[in-house]
Design a protein around this ligand. Structure first.
Ligand SMILES: NC(=O)c1ccc[n+]([C@@H]2O[C@H](COP(=O)([O-])OP(=O)(O)OC[C@H]3O[C@@H](n4cnc5c(N)ncnc54)[C@H](OP(=O)(O)O)[C@@H]3O)[C@@H](O)[C@H]2O)c1
Length: 433
């Protein structure tokens, strides 16, 4: 086992023993043989629908065997099932099964056999371990941890978009993942993965994680006080689900990504830097010890990292748009304003603490985002409340982390964040009265 979870120099063979693909050995030969079987978790979300697009555009390369969602968009789920001809469809919320069955009957032609339906909170985890080559985890939130662990234990390649599972369960994921078994889908980590092919591990000096800066780049902390959910949901460069969009506005998402980069590539926090780059054209960079910096770039479009995650170690032709290099364009890079956006240093702090601290950070943030969206917590109150919960949690016990530890820490952090957010809402109401 290496210490880095995602290693572009290693190809996971599915037996737990990695195959070395060499360093910068050039493009892989085109795929031959049967299509690769894929399970898509979170198929109705932003990542999931784009993954479905990638599969539909490459029918000879990929075949989806199963889809999982929460149950919020059953018509879309049924339509995806029909178009992909999947064996199984799963929903986490059992009460949505009747509506799903109706939607499936309407989507499928008369007499066409319908897919098997699984339901319940464990359904996505069951599918993660079902027979396939690659599981794409595109679920939102730390609820994605159990499916991540199940896919890894079952020996599947894990195309990982659900960063929260890695962040809250880092040591647990490390324990079960074979070298090369995880292929990152987050655009920054996919960029790092690609740039890391340019040198050996010992030659890496720094990881440079780019950030668009979100819709409030350039504002001071005071100017962030009255931001509304509608303003925070208007991301300048990426079209994503609501939680990650709010996390991009607070830059909590960048903080989570720094922890994710640390866990995936085993680079210490003091050698991972965030660089603000408003155009989101350079998706991240690796600085090597000789002074060379390799950047991966392209127009912001998640289909490219998704296709690389599904097809690795091969590149899927025409996965995403390309820049027109004959037209003038300019890219800017700025240092991060840590006073206006304290979430990144806070994330580095919890990442370095380890143990249950990242789970507390993430769970408190998920609750605070919900309170902000409901209009009961101000924008700056999100990170302030998360920081208070992290502070109260203190330094976690340094010994082996277990799943019950993570779940207990999360449930404490959620309850405490809700209490503090409610207190802040009461104080705001009293101040207005
Ligand atoms: N969107 C992006 O561009 C992007 C980029 C990088 C990384 N990511 C990461 O990718 C993940 C997904 O983000 P997203 O933006 O695609 O989120 P999203 O649009 O909110 O979609 C979330 C998906 O997860 C499903 N889901 C929720 N709970 C579930 C459960 N218990 N079991 C099974 N499925 C469940 C939802 O189903 P319903 O539709 O039924 O609710 C939906 O399909 C997040 O971890 C995010 O940080 C996203």
């Amino acid at each position: 086992m290496t210490d880095s979870l995602a290693d572009p120099h290693l190809r996971y063979s599915g037996t737990g023993s990695p195959e070395h693909s060499g360093n910068g050995s050039g493009p892989a030969a085109p795929q031959t043989g049967a299509p690769r079987d894929i399970v898509i978790l979170g198929s109705t979300g932003s990542i999931g629908t784009q993954a479905v697009d990638v599969v539909l555009q490459n029918p000879g390369r990929f075949r989806v065997t199963a889809l999982a969602a929460s149950g919020g968009r059953v018509e879309l789920l049924a339509e995806q099932a029909r178009r992909l001809r999947v064996r199984t469809v799963a929903v986490a919320r059992e009460e949505t099964v009747p509506a799903l069955r109706t939607a499936l009957r309407e989507a499928y032609g008369a007499g066409e056999p319908l897919p098997e339906v699984l339901a319940g909170p464990e359904a996505a985890t069951e599918l993660a371990a079902s027979p396939c080559h690659t599981v794409l985890n595109g679920i939102t939130g730390s609820i994605g941890l159990a499916p991540t662990l199940a896919a890894l234990k079952a020996g599947r390649v894990l195309a990982l978009a659900n960063k929260e599972s890695l962040i809250v369960g880092g040591p647990l994921v490390k324990e079960v993942a074979a070298p090369g078994q995880i292929v990152p889908v987050d655009s920054e980590h996919s960029a790092l993965f690609q740039a890391l092919m340019g040198g050996t591990r010992a030659e890496v000096r720094k990881l440079l994680v780019t950030a668009s800066g979100g819709p409030f780049r350039g504002r001071s902390r005071a100017e962030l006080a009255d931001v509304t959910p509608q303003q925070a949901l208007a991301h300048p460069t990426w079209d994503m689900g609501p939680v990650i969009t709010i996390n991009s506005a607070t830059l909590v998402n960048k903080g989570l990504e720094v922890i994710e980069a640390h866990l995936l590539y085993d680079i210490p926090f003091d050698r991972i830097k965030v660089v603000v780059h408003p155009q989101s054209a350079v998706h991240s960079m690796v600085e090597f010890t000789d002074g060379s910096t390799l950047a991966q770039c392209g127009p912001p479009d998640m289909r490219l990292p998704i296709a690389l995650g599904l097809g690795w170690p091969e590149r899927v032709p025409d996965s995403g748009p390309v820049f027109s290099w004959t037209e003038a364009m300019s890219w800017d890079f700025y240092p991060l304003d840590e006073e206006a956006f304290p979430s990144v240093p806070l994330a580095c702090h919890v990442g370095a603490l380890g143990g249950t601290a990242p789970a507390v950070f993430n769970a408190a943030n998920e609750e605070c985002v919900e309170a902000f969206m409901a209009g009961t917590l101000p924008f700056t109150g999100i990170v302030d409340t998360v920081a208070a919960v992290v502070e109260e949690h203190g330094t976690p016990n340094g010994t082996g982390l277990t799943l019950p530890d993570v779940l207990a820490a999360e449930s404490w952090a959620r309850a405490r964040a809700r209490e503090l957010a409610a207190r802040s809402a009461t104080a705001t109401a009293e101040a207005r009265a």
